[in-house]
Ligand binder design. Structure first.
Ligand code: CDP
Length: 205
């Protein structure tokens, strides 16, 4: 099995990081970790009354499958626990060891290229306008049966972006050596192709 190779994919809420990361991981035969799900699982536990730092320290594989982690309420709770340094610290080791597993790894989140894996072999920063991101998320949520309005989803995306960008610990921002991909006017296929092309260049050095 080939040695470690880390692909860091960061970007604001609902930018399409998940879709791109899954496709990139499948293309290269790498494992994929959606780090947002870790914060969502901690946020869900906070909504149940648990202390967020304790929840982060005691996170189990089962927590990642419990409840509706994709709901807007859990997304907001995730971004509230994500400002807490104790919560972020508790999740660092797991993310770093996943990143260096043999065979290669794709991690998507907000601070992968800046804080978790500053020496990742390839870094992408995936963006799109807030309106485009909110529309995509609205369509996803409606398809999954959620009762939401487009205005609510746009407000949620904007609120989380502001909280993620303005926090003191590991704020959302592109790493200096990240390749930026603006997917506002791109199809999923075009965005995935652009990501694979950018990563392939780094792979070949
Ligand atoms: O899918 P979406 O982009 O809407 O969100 P997500 O990636 O599941 O992340 C949910 C929340 O977790 C974000 O709004 C961030 O506050 C937080 N998060 C973070 O702080 N750092 C990460 N590496 C991943 C997520």
């Amino acid at each position: 099995m080939p040695g470690p190779f880390t692909i860091a994919i960061d970007g604001p809420a609902a930018a399409g990081k998940g879709t791109i990361s899954r496709a990139v991981a499948a293309h290269f035969g790498f494992a994929h970790l959606d780090t947002g799900l870790l914060y969502r699982a901690v946020g869900a536990r906070m909504l149940l009354g648990q202390d967020p730092a304790e929840a982060a320290l005691g996170l189990t594989a089962e927590d990642m499958e419990t409840g509706d982690l994709r709901s807007p309420e859990v997304a907001q709770a995730a971004s509230r626990v994500a400002v807490m340094p104790e919560v972020r610290d508790a999740l660092v080791d797991f993310q770093r060891s996943f990143a260096r597993r043999a065979g290669g790894a794709v991690l998507d989140g907000r601070d992968i290229g800046t804080v978790i894996c500053p020496r990742a072999e390839a870094k992408l920063f995936v963006t799109a306008s807030a309106e485009v991101r909110a529309r995509r998320r609205y369509e996803e949520l409606v398809a999954s049966g959620a009762d939401v309005s487009p205005e609510q989803v746009l407000a949620d995306v904007r609120e989380r972006d502001a909280r993620d960008r303005d926090r003191a610990t590991a704020p959302l921002k592109p790493a200096a050596d990240a390749i930026e991909i603006d997917t506002s006017d791109m199809s999923v296929e075009a965005a995935v192709a652009a990501a694979i092309e950018a990563i392939s260049k780094r792979r070949l050095g």
